[in-house]
Design a protein around this ligand. Structure first.
Ligand SMILES: Cc1ncc(COP(=O)(O)O)c(C=O)c1O
Length: 396
């Protein structure tokens, strides 16, 4: 038999090239809980890398409700939603989310990724157009590709450019105008009010992905639509249950018609098993916490202001962030990874992020503070940033 050549050899050479560029990442292994100070790779670190904005991953109420659901309902749903996997607790979560978002209805998906990709792919056809911010999340881009609609990209936050694109399209053509609510790598807010105005002028469907805004912006953390006072002007709102809400999942909030349509046409809803009941129970408990304890969001913002001010005072370039996501922009990919590694050795975990997640010359270390970090932990992290930043010649 002839020697078989490895048909996957190109993958090994791509990995080698990442190693040569200093961009190869070993996965960091979390040995304890996902919390503000924890152990990764046998080292105790102040954790500035999670999306656990409110510390709900370890909240006693969420744990208790999840355990109760396991005892009463078991560990799995056993089916996709559209066959036998719609449990009463899924419907309860959807009702609670609709009240939280002040929309007619909500459908829950297995993840925020599935919510975005499944929805964009379902509502558009190849005759339609998606008009999308250049920094929108990968799940939006994938949904747009799956829909086979024409994809038009406007420069980041440039609603004027979006308007120009939309204006040149035939009036009868269906158009979806879409932005992230909070951009996950830069922490800035989408141009939602301006884009809503464009959508209204030209009759576009308006959609926002509030993955990083859920639990962070708006009353009780209900998102950027509430933050900007845009209720009734956004047709499709996506949110996530995996970040500030501490568990797992994504959802789409909108009209009853939209949600009924997605029940029938969104492929992750039709072809992938629904959440275990414990996840739905934990998400309902998270909504209870948001309603009952508004101080938790105040603590997140107090910590955010403190930490951002500290990084700027040290002389780091923190970009244009308006949220608890604060990038420390370095430029060179290898240097950003070096900074992240040295911070880790000194007891601070802030992930380095390089191409293709961000542009080649915009590599960074991304920090996210949470409501549960103590001031001492944040001050420690700032001291370490100062020391390592000077050591690597990033700050003076
Ligand atoms: C902007 C944005 N949208 C959607 C998602 C996907 O959410 P999830 O992690 O729940 O799949 C993410 C998370 O990575 C995100 O940053």
């Amino acid at each position: 038999m002839a020697l078989r050549l490895d048909p996957l050899a190109h993958l090994a050479s791509e990995l080698d090239s990442l190693k040569h560029q200093g961009l190869y990442r070993r996965l960091r292994i979390l040995e304890g809980e996902q919390s503000h100070k924890t152990t990764f790779d046998h080292r105790e670190v102040v954790n500035l890398s999670s999306n656990n904005y409110l510390g709900l991953t370890t909240h006693p109420k969420l744990r208790e409700r999840a355990l109760e659901a396991i005892r009463q309902l078991g560990v799995g749903s056993g089916s996709v939603r559209s066959i036998a996997g719609t449990m009463a607790i899924h419907m309860e979560l959807e009702r609670r989310l609709a009240a939280f978002k002040k929309t007619e209805a909500v459908v829950v998906f297995q993840s925020g990724f599935a919510a975005n990709a499944g929805t964009v792919a379902a509502v558009l056809t190849k005759e339609d157009v998606v008009v999308s911010d250049e920094l929108n999340h990968a799940s939006i881009i994938d949904g747009a590709r799956l829909s086979r609609a024409t994809i038009k990209v406007f420069p980041h936050k440039d609603a004027g450019a979006a308007r120009k694109i939309v204006k040149e399209l035939p009036a009868g053509q269906r158009k979806l105008l879409i932005t992230d609510g909070v951009f996950s790598m830069d922490g800035d807010l989408g141009a939602l009010p301006e884009l809503c105005a464009v959508a209204e002028e030209f009759g576009c469907i308006m959609m926002v992905d509030d993955a990083h805004a859920s639990g962070v912006f708006g009353a009780h953390g209900s998102g950027t639509v509430d933050h900007f006072g845009m209720h009734g002007r956004v047709d499709i709102q996506v949110g996530t249950l995996s970040k500030a809400l501490g568990a797992l999942g994504g959802y789409v909030a909108g009209s009853r018609t939209l949600i009924e349509f997605l029940y029938h046409r969104a492929r992750p809803f039709l072809f992938s098993t629904s959440h275990p009941p414990a996840v739905a129970a934990a998400c309902i408990a998270a909504l209870d916490v948001l309603e009952e304890d508004p101080t938790i969001i105040d603590r997140l913002w107090n910590n955010t202001r403190f930490f951002k001010a500290g990084l700027s005072a040290l002389g780091f370039n923190t970009g244009l962030s308006e949220s608890p996501i604060t990038p420390v922009i370095i430029g060179d990919g290898a240097l950003a990874m070096k900074l992240s590694d040295r911070l880790f050795e000194e007891g601070v975990f802030a992930q380095g992020i390089a191409f293709p997640t961000v542009a080649r010359d915009k590599a960074r270390v991304r920090t996210i503070v949470t409501a549960t970090h103590t001031r001492d932990e944040l001050q420690f992290a700032l001291d370490v940033f100062g020391k390592v930043g000077r050591e690597l010649g990033i700050i003076a």
